[in-house]
Design a protein. Structure first.
Length: 549
């Protein structure tokens, strides 16, 4: 534990107590050590008694910085867990974080461009258009083509702040791992490490620009998603320049209704987009909170999404993707045995798991969902519960699945906000079934063979040569193995011989010594001792020396 992390730890605790967030834990439910720790920090008191609890939580998160703001953003979409007031307050963390000094923004931009802003842009607006957890956004016009753009610039020292928080978190996780002991399957340190990679990745705007370009290309012909054009030549680690887009923030349901947006279609398109990104492209936007999503103002009867902030993108392995799709389908078909089997086959739970007990536990989680009205079923919640259940059965936490689960929760929260009756099953099922039919069966086989033709046509001429090389290698390997075996046998033989001689010599020496002290006639003692000495010398010299085979 470093001094910096102790300082930061104190700052976190101080902020929590100064905003009276400890009041959220009811006094008689708190464990004794919590009450004792609280009482020992008697000088830290709630300084914001005039504000509501939700407001205090928002302010505390805002004060604690990006890592906590991001947590608040995520929570704000969980309307199934939070009351309206809480969700409303936390939603403010999406793009209404207090701005930083524009002079600092200008300085950072010019440092990256290595030129004055005015040499490349006109109408640079000193007042930020928006200010979020990681960055601040200013508008301008690009001199070269006269188009409206936004300049997204990182907050000053954001990286140091995030690193300090992550360090504290990872130390906490290591401590937890030690408390949980060897063999625990939660792997908190690994989860934090993964979160670290993700969030630190977001601190490089050049990387974000490349992600945005890739996502834009994946959806160029789509009528469901638009990603703004990125001016890659003006993107740097701390600066990103892209097309300015206009739209209605997805959380502004009133404005969407006022312009007559087809909310049902929009909610369904959201689900489709999620599945297309995960299963078709294996490249999904993993930071889909409402602050990052706008809705088109044009043709509201056929609305599309505008996606921003491609800092956190997720991918799954082919195998995880396949298991996940099968898992969803098994779930739609209420095939709990298959779900249990899939968890084991995919290696998400240990192969020693009792399938029947696990199947029963899965059924307990899933079955009640089907008895609820549509608008009360939470897809993300089911997945969350499944993971929680599986944890009791020795699940290995898969960081990429945690990211996916988080995204699914976002999407669902969003869909429900837009269109409460959204039927997630009906929207997702045909998509998954089609995808699965492309993965298995004759069509999939044909596609795989077709995809591999260039590889095989490249490799085919090399095959005779490879066969001969392999045969030669095999023969050489056999020869080497035989030599090793011979050396080993020789070693064993020598070692046995030497041991036999040493033991016999020891017996002769002991007998000789006894005869020497007990007997009147001394010559048998001399013979025994001499023979014993000679045998010891021979045995010692014949020891095998080289243990390498
Ligand atoms: N191309 C754009 N056109 C118009 N407004 C934009 C554009 N890009 C960003 N914005 C505005 O800036 C806000 C912050 O942008 P963005 O979400 O990319 O920043 P961030 O710091 O990565 O935020 P987060 O807190 O989500 O990590 C957005 O919510 C949006 O209001």
């Amino acid at each position: 534990m470093t001094i910096a992390s102790i300082k930061r730890g104190y700052q976190v605790i101080k902020t929590i107590l100064n905003y009276g967030l400890d009041d959220l834990i009811s006094k008689h439910k708190a464990p004794w050590y919590f009450r004792m720790a609280r009482a020992s920090l008697f000088w830290l008191r709630n300084k914001h008694k005039d504000k509501t609890s939700a407001e205090r939580l928002k302010l505390a998160m805002q004060e604690l910085g990006p890592v906590y703001i991001k947590l608040g953003q995520m929570l704000s979409t969980r309307r199934d867990l939070l009351d309206d007031e809480w969700a409303y307050q936390l939603a403010m963390l999406q793009d209404r974080v207090p701005p930083f000094d524009s002079a600092l923004a200008r300085q950072a931009i010019e440092e990256e461009l290595k030129a004055p802003i005015e040499s490349l842009f006109d109408n640079f607006d000193e007042t930020p258009l928006a200010s979020a957890s990681i960055s601040q956004v200013h508008t301008a016009t690009l001199k070269s083509n006269g188009k409206e753009v936004v300049l997204k610039v990182l907050r000053p020292n954001v990286e140091q702040k995030i690193r300090a928080d992550l360090l504290m978190m990872s130390q906490g996780a290591n401590m937890l791992e030690r408390i949980l002991g060897e063999g625990n399957r939660l792997r908190p340190a690994e989860v934090i490490e993964d979160y670290q990679i993700t969030i630190l990745g977001e601190l490089n705007l050049k990387l974000e620009a490349l992600n945005a370009i890739k996502l834009r290309n994946n959806f160029l012909d789509s009528d469901a998603l638009y990603i703004p054009y990125v001016y890659e030549e003006h993107c740097y680690p701390r600066l990103m320049v892209m097309e300015r887009v206009y739209g209605i923030p997805v959380s502004d349901t009133d404005a969407l209704k006022a312009q007559g947006t087809n909310l049902k279609l929009l909610a369904e398109r959201g689900v489709e987009l999620f599945f297309t990104q995960v299963f078709r492209d294996n490249f999904f936007h993993a930071d889909m909170h409402p602050g990052n999503i706008f809705i088109s103002e044009e043709h509201p009867e056929n609305p599309y999404y505008i996606g921003l902030d491609c800092g956190i993108m997720g991918t799954l392995t082919e195998q995880d993707k396949r298991y996940l799709a099968e898992n969803f389908l098994a779930f739609f078909n209420r095939d709990y045995h298959r779900i249990a089997q899939l968890y084991i086959e995919s290696g998400w739970v240990s192969e020693n798991t009792d399938v029947l007990a696990f199947e029963q536990a899965v059924k307990v989680v899933c079955e009640p969902m089907f008895n609820k009205p549509l608008d009360e079923i939470s897809f993300g919640h089911v997945l969350l519960e499944l993971f929680r259940t599986a944890r009791q059965f020795d699940i290995v936490v898969q960081p990429q699945l945690v990211l996916l689960e988080k995204t699914l929760l976002y999407i669902e929260g969003l869909g429900r906000q837009l269109y409460p009756q959204l039927d997630l099953w009906q929207t997702a099922k045909p998509f998954l079934e089609e995808w699965m039919s492309e993965q298995v069966g004759p069509k999939a086989m044909y596609n795989k063979v077709k995809a591999n033709i260039p590889y095989w046509s490249d490799k085919l001429p090399e095959i005779p040569e490879l066969v001969i090389d392999n045969l030669k290698m095999g023969r050489k390997l056999l020869g080497t193995q035989q030599q090793m075996l011979d050396r080993y046998l020789n070693f064993q033989q020598k070692s046995h011989k030497s041991q036999y001689l040493l033991i016999t010599s020891a017996v002769l020496l002991i007998c000789g010594t006894i005869l020497f002290t007990q007997s009147v006639t001394l010559w048998p003692a001399y013979v025994s001792i001499s023979l014993g000495t000679v045998l010891w010398l021979v045995g010692w010299r014949s020891r095998p020396k080289n243990r390498k085979f």
